[in-house]
Design a protein around this ligand. Sequence first.
Ligand code: GAL
Length: 431
Amino acid sequence: MSKNIRWILIATLVLIALVVGACGTPAPPPPEETPGLPSGSIEIFSWWTAGGEAEGLEAMYDVFAARYPDVEIINATVAGGAGMEAKAVLATRMQAGDAPDSFQVHAGHELIDSWVVAEKMEPVTFIFEENNWLDVYPPGVIEVLSSGGEIWSVPVNIHRSNVLWYNKQVFEDNGLTAPATLDDFFAVAEDLAAAGVTPLAVGDSGVWVDLHIFESLLLATLGPDAYRGLWDGGTDWNGSGVTEALEALAGMMDYANEDHSALSWDQAAQLVVDGDGAMTIMGDWSEGYFKSVGLTPDVEFGYVPSPGTAGSFIMLSDSFGLPLGAPNRAGAIAWLTVCGSKEGQDAFNPIKGSIPARTDGDRSLYDAYLQSAMDDFSSDEIVPSLAHGAAASEGWVTAIGDAMTLFVADLDVDAAQEAMALACVDAGVCE
Ligand code: GAL
């Protein structure tokens, strides 16, 4: 046998062995040999540092690491609920041309008005198309992520803002049931105060927490249609519904823990865990927090729509975007692909305390509270959140927040309402 023929034979045998081997074990080729698979590192920017939200993010990182073992994730978090601090840091970085590879941003005005209009983002419509996602997201969700015919970020969840959480043991010990209306709330709060328990746990070291409670109160006093009208000029900010909501907020603060302005939302949740506070009004990331400290829904803690808001669901959605100039664009696209995937969302949301933004999440992975949120999201009136970037532009939210900062200090209803009515005019929405 000539040398050449021997080599051809050996090469053929090797080829056959490779083909047979590949049929038996469908292992993918090593990543470094696969063209297009990203490598290097990606910086993921968010404000998820509290119990529940941090673990949820880690679970999504684990899904990413299994799919893209050659990409290292740099977990760039800036602590502070609702991203008050993180958003300021992000703005400075974006101005300086120092974009992270991907960052957390609320769907709706926060995304579109802050970043898309400023031409700082790349559209992600192609990621939706390549992954056939256009059919698995509700049209309403796609709509709030869209502008000018493009989709601008990938949603990871749907959160509910208008929830009242309560310590079941404290309620049982005092023979109380969870309040359904504002009148019920004040009656229950009075009983709890008489029993020496702080009725309402509040941690408003950031004014967003006051806005958060306030949006539930606006919904309670106005109802869903008039609440929506606040954001498109259809409802008068000088009207009685806004007055009543401010009065209710002032009344609620009478029943709050004295150190409320020194605490964060999760420290307030901990008061409820410890039975030092009976209730808290907060988004369902609190569920993630309660579970992160070992509690189970319907066992140690209960939940109802915040007083007077049954049948309506104040919605917000966390999403991730693709900034123009992302240092590792391929890595960022890989991250966004995980964020939007069923696997990523079903790993993240059961821990985070949110429901998937996709319609095909595996319901059996979600606990009793989250299943109830899924049901409510499909049957309730859906209205947008003020405190979490969905209802109004960032500038407008800041102006309402400034009025709120003064209000929680002086409880002057007239002054706050006047400032809020003016903020609507300044936002170009009211006349
Ligand atoms: C919200 C955000 C939630 C949760 C919460 C507290 O703005 O949408 O995911 O993180 O802040 O930090």
